[in-house]
Design a protein around this ligand. Sequence first.
Ligand SMILES: NC(=O)c1ccc[n+]([C@@H]2O[C@H](COP(=O)([O-])OP(=O)(O)OC[C@H]3O[C@@H](n4cnc5c(N)ncnc54)[C@H](O)[C@@H]3O)[C@@H](O)[C@H]2O)c1
Length: 265
Amino acid sequence: MTDAISDRPVAVITGAAHGLGAQIAERLSADGFSVALLDVQEEGLAAVAERLSHLHPEAEARTHALDLSDEARVAEVFTEIEARWRRVDALVNTAGGSGTVPVRDIEELSLDAWTTVLRNNITSAFLCARHAVPIMRRRNFGRIVNFSSGISQGIAGPTGTVGARLAYATSKGAVNSFTKQLAKDLALSGITVNALSPGLIVPQEGRIRTMFSSLSSESQAAIRDSIPMGRPGTGEEVAAAVAYLVSPQAGFTSGAILSVDGAAA
Ligand SMILES: NC(=O)c1ccc[n+]([C@@H]2O[C@H](COP(=O)([O-])OP(=O)(O)OC[C@H]3O[C@@H](n4cnc5c(N)ncnc54)[C@H](O)[C@@H]3O)[C@@H](O)[C@H]2O)c1
């Protein structure tokens, strides 16, 4: 426990063990943040922290392994984060996903899969915001970035890299409404709340890269053809959008759902 407030801004990044969360952690470390990396996958977190310690030794990275839908653990972790740094400037709710099993028909979608997808995408964001906001309020400043998806509008055709599509689209629609309402609720607090709505993004590594690589070359080509820019996005392009939304300069932008999707929306 320290009484001194950290000189560096602090970003809490969920879903940071792989994929986009890991690349966002890299970008925000480069931008001068200390980072708290939260995910259920302990080994992935350790690997990301190790990489950051080489790339940005000046930026502190702490890891916290937890299930983000477990409120008691979320509360404990935010208490630890506040005790360590005395501030949380940014919360980036990257955790989520649609699972690894493609499900297209409602008859095949089990209640268990439905509940898991909603927990991972929306309950996790709610709980983290619930415990980050009191810390942000103490300094009258905060930036919350949630992760939606273009699929919140629904898609037809094959499931591509998406797993339980109906549950996933529903959860991301909820992320959009959560973002809009929380932005209004916090409008006078100095805390902004925005969401990114990516189309297909193939990060440096992670679940989506693995799923995309496992598709046939015809399926990959069909997906590329369905994107107006003719290619998936990169993790760097998503991290750059996050970097803007968490910056002090973005203070008048709140309640926005920013598409990062090669003109697909
Ligand atoms: N990559 C894309 O094409 C794409 C497109 C649209 C939206 N998104 C969204 O962007 C975010 C990141 O995507 P990604 O490609 O990096 O996915 P990913 O599956 O590689 O990473 C998601 C991470 O979240 C973690 N996570 C999920 N539920 C959790 C829980 N309950 N507790 C703790 N950790 C949990 C996972 O362990 C994983 O490390 C997700 O919210 C996803 O829905 C991604």
